[in-house]
Design a protein around this ligand. Structure first.
Ligand code: ADP
Ligand code: MG
Length: 378
């Protein structure tokens, strides 16, 4: 299934000093789903702005493909590209780039003019939405940095863009204004817009769903932040683990076929699985994560059934499903040690060993029947 934004082996070369080319981007592949908020991070010179400019059709790749909404941007003429850009993309820059001798309102109306036609009421509405109704008649020099950035967000929204591209949108702002701008971006995200944002700041980056780290023009790491998304990934990893254990295909009860396919595509994108036609395999990090989820789940089951004497299967299952997402490695090892490093869950499936088991299983930790007797006496 095509993603909303797709970069395929995109490279960008610039002429460097002394005729030596500079590789600003080096075969970058990236997929962004509609409605996702991506933070692009990395040291200065790692290619962040270059990447954003390619996505915003301000520039063309030296090689590779950029597809937005299934349109291959390299196939567009200059005029088509300009049209596509004004219809699809909204830009927010670190330096605001407002026209100094135009008021806030006129800056927004100028963007309307480039898009289609000016509409003062609509422009005022856009300023109102960023909390600047009172400042419509002010020049940029009469506005604080935070206010100027809000004007530029209002300006970015005039064409009702599907994608917001923001290059260090909070880079020149103090903490309170940074928060205001992040709140505005959070609202836009909630409205279903796709946001690609370059930032240096870890805290700012955490507002996104996914963080992509660039170094020397290459993606070196992709991190997913949303708890719900990570929970879904864990769910799929667990199913894959169990399917492998049972040497059979297990139908997913949690997701529809389409959701399952989409999740697998996302998991392939961040390096948890490899897809080969209909076949799905773990990558080493994916396998490690699956092993850890399974271990937490099965240890939680043992804890609930053996120690807390919960016999109701549904309750055990739903509690184990919650615990598997929230147990830290340390607490998991403590539970494992407390239970005497069990090797099987109450249903007879193997519990993957943890670091604690290597020493623990040898010296057989706890006397479980004794412990149960003790609990029952209380
Ligand atoms: P970042 O935004 O991560 O700081 P850039 O994308 O601006 O990085 O730049 C990546 C690399 O490409 C840098 O080495 C930079 O010097 C070089 N570069 C960027 N734009 C140009 C250009 N127009 N001409 C020549 N080199 C450029
Ligand atoms: Mg930059």
């Amino acid at each position: 299934m095509p993603s909303f934004v797709e970069l395929e082996k995109v490279s960008k070369l610039y002429d460097g000093s002394g005729g030596r080319p500079v590789k600003a981007l080096d075969e970058v592949s990236l997929r962004v789903e509609a409605g996702e908020w991506i933070a692009i991070m990395g040291p200065s010179g790692s290619g962040k702005t270059t990447l954003l400019n390619l996505l915003g059709c301000l520039d063309q790749p030296s090689s590779g493909a950029v597809r937005i909404n299934q349109v291959e941007t390299s196939a567009l003429s200059r005029a088509e590209l300009a049209r596509f850009r004004t219809e699809t993309v909204g830009f927010v820059f670190q330096q605001f780039h407002l026209v100094p001798h135009l008021t806030a309102l006129e800056n927004v109306m100028l963007a309307q003019y480039f898009h289609s036609m000016t509409d003062e009421a609509e422009a005022r509405g856009a300023l109102e939405r960023v909390g600047l109704a009172e400042r419509a008649g002010h020049l940029p020099s009469q506005l604080s940095g935070g206010e100027q950035q809000r004007v530029s967000i209002a300006r970015a929204l005039v064409n009702d863009p599907k994608i917001i591209l923001a290059d260090e949108p909070t880079g020149n702002l103090d903490a309170p204004n940074e928060q205001i701008v992040l709140n505005l971006l959070t609202d836009l995200h909630a409205q279903g817009r796709t946001i690609l944002m370059v930032t240096h700041d870890d805290q700012v980056g955490r507002c996104a769903d996914v963080r992509v780290d660039l170094e020397h023009g290459r993606i070196v790491e992709t991190t997913v932040f949303s708890f719900e998304q990570n929970q879904d990934f864990d769910e799929v990893l667990e199913q894959l683990w169990i399917a492998r254990e049972a040497a059979q295909h297990i139908e997913s009860a949690h997701f529809t076929e389409a959701q399952h396919r989409k999740l697998l595509a996302q998991m392939a994108r961040i390096g948890l699985v490899v897809l080969d036609g209909q076949r799905v395999g773990f990558t080493p990090p994916g396998e490690e994560r699956a092993r850890s989820v399974i271990r937490r789940h099965r240890l939680a089951e043992r804890l609930f059934m053996d120690v807390l004497a919960i016999r109701d299967e549904t309750s055990v299952e739903s509690n184990a499903c919650t615990f598997e997402h929230i147990l830290s490695p340390e607490v998991t090892d403590r539970i494992c040690t407390f239970l005497g490093h069990p090797t099987e869950c109450p249903h007879g499936s193997p519990i993957p060993a943890g670091v604690c088991c290597r020493e623990g299983r040898a010296s057989a930790g706890l006397d479980l029947p004794g412990c149960l007797a003790h609990l029952e006496r209380r």
